[in-house]
Design a protein around this ligand. Structure first.
Ligand SMILES: C[S@@+](CC[C@H](N)C(=O)[O-])C[C@H]1O[C@@H](n2cnc3c(N)ncnc32)[C@H](O)[C@@H]1O
Length: 261
């Protein structure tokens, strides 16, 4: 159990320091409505919802009573005034009684927790109904062309993401894993969201909003930029991957785990 490990200066409790990488997060990581609809469906008719690792509030339902938990002050400060302020706490130690919420959710966060098993146990403990987790399947990260252009960043991601099957098992026997198709014009700028818009990954600010890039050294990043820029200029990227520019959805690594049991 490592949940007593020191937190970063802004309170970040995971492997990424959001005091450094999170300042422009809200600009690039907006909730994608078609993904939000899948999350809303998974939450069912829950009236009270806990959002863990809530960040700037992406995917938080606005038609239910939401309690948000977020350890990084930088992320908490980016929450719009229309959302309730987030509580400074961590998944591994939730300050709520057993069964306090109808449902709970966590998006793009579990891979950062210091003690995944403790965090999932806590979410299960405080939730009467479904525990909805959106995360990536590490074995499917290589579906994305970035795997060829910057294998280090994909390897970093693969090493961070826990397998969804293990999360589903921890959350209960009736849990299911649902695919999350990524739309071509996805409003949420995670890496795979740019499957058909490669130019976006040449923008350092867009990359900064994806924490995996903060673990890759400058030389590797520069090599990636040079190679992608050259291939876009020469038409090589388009000859291999150009069909993605008009492909409406991409079945990448993104999954929704609906924990029940
Ligand atoms: C990539 S952001 C996702 C934010 C938001 N859920 C979203 O979908 O945009 C990951 C968030 O998880 C938070 N986090 C990291 N470790 C955590 C922990 N142990 N408990 C709760 N939240 C944590 C980070 O501070 C960060 O805000």
């Amino acid at each position: 159990m490592q949940s007593n490990a020191p937190r970063h200066q802004d309170g970040s409790a995971g492997d990424a320091n959001y005091g450094l990488v999170g300042n422009r997060y809200g600009q690039f990581r907006k909730p994608e409505p078609r993904i939000a609809a899948l999350i809303a469906d998974a939450l069912g008719d829950a009236q009270t919802v806990l959002n863990v690792g809530a960040g700037a509030g992406s995917y938080e339902p606005t038609d239910r009573a939401v309690t948000a938990v977020e350890p990084s002050s930088s992320m908490r400060s980016q929450r719009p005034a229309s959302l309730a302020p987030a509580i400074d706490a961590v998944a591994e130690k939730l300050p709520f009684p057993d069964g306090a919420f109808d449902a709970s959710m966590s998006t793009f966060s579990v891979h950062q927790w210091k003690d995944l098993a403790a965090g999932l146990r806590e979410m299960r403990r405080v939730t009467r109904g479904p525990v909805v987790i959106m995360t990536c399947e590490p074995a499917e990260l290589n579906r994305f062309w970035l795997h060829d252009y910057c294998p280090d960043v994909i390897a970093t991601e693969a090493g961070r993401y826990p397998p969804p099957a293990a999360i589903a098992r921890a959350l209960g026997a009736q849990s299911e894993i649902r695919p999350v198709p990524i739309p071509l014009d996805c409003a949420d700028g995670f890496n795979e969201a740019y499957y058909g818009r490669p130019e976006m990954l040449l923008d350092p600010m867009a990359r900064l909003a994806c924490s995996a890039w903060s673990f890759v050294d400058d030389t590797t990043t520069r090599r990636f930029e040079d190679r992608l820029r050259d291939d876009l200029k020469s038409g090589r990227w388009d000859r291999t991957h150009g069909h993605l520019r008009t492909q409406p959805f991409f079945d990448g690594s993104l999954k929704l785990i609906v924990g029940r049991g």
